[in-house]
Write a protein that binds this ligand. Structure first.
Ligand code: ZN
Length: 145
């Protein structure tokens, strides 16, 4: 990526104590890059351009939708997800349904909307909500093209 090579060459040479890793948006999995500078000038080049985990908050694109009063429902495949709850172990189908907060109360009676504005629902719940899940192939676990 052009930006990251500029960062690495701040002082005219490739600096191993500067790196630009990224986290992933817990909602849409978009990369969010950030700059790390090791103040003791140690070599941190191994994290350059690497994913270093899931961000704790949604990316600016997702946040803009949440700020308009929506909860983003990320549709996951529970059969393919890991044992732990949460984005790190979830198998993303690539589908996100945006639900108005007013509608949330009618759909999920008695359940509070998630604090960060992002919730995870399995395919079976997406079916109950009559969401169109035809873009996801349940046999292969891949998006249909
Ligand atoms: Zn996002």
């Amino acid at each position: 990526m052009a930006g990251s090579s500029i960062i690495k060459n701040i002082m005219g040479k490739d600096n191993d104590f500067v790196a630009m890793p990224h986290t992933l948006c817990p909602c849409c999995r978009k990369k969010e890059e950030f700059i790390v500078i090791d103040t003791r000038l140690r070599d941190i080049s191994k994290i350059h351009n690497q994913a270093v985990g899931m961000s704790e908050k949604p990316c600016s694109d997702c946040q803009a939708i949440i700020d308009k009063g929506y909860v983003r429902l990320v549709v996951i495949d529970e059969q393919r997800s890991g044992k732990n709850e949460g984005p790190a172990d979830a198998y993303y189908t690539g589908m996100i349904a945006d639900v108005k907060k007013e509608a949330w109360d009618r759909i999920f009676v008695g359940a509070l909307p998630p604090k960060i504005g992002v919730g995870f629902i399995p395919l079976e719940v997406a079916d109950l909500l009559h969401l169109d899940t035809s873009s996801y192939d349940r046999e292969t676990g891949k998006k249909r093209t």
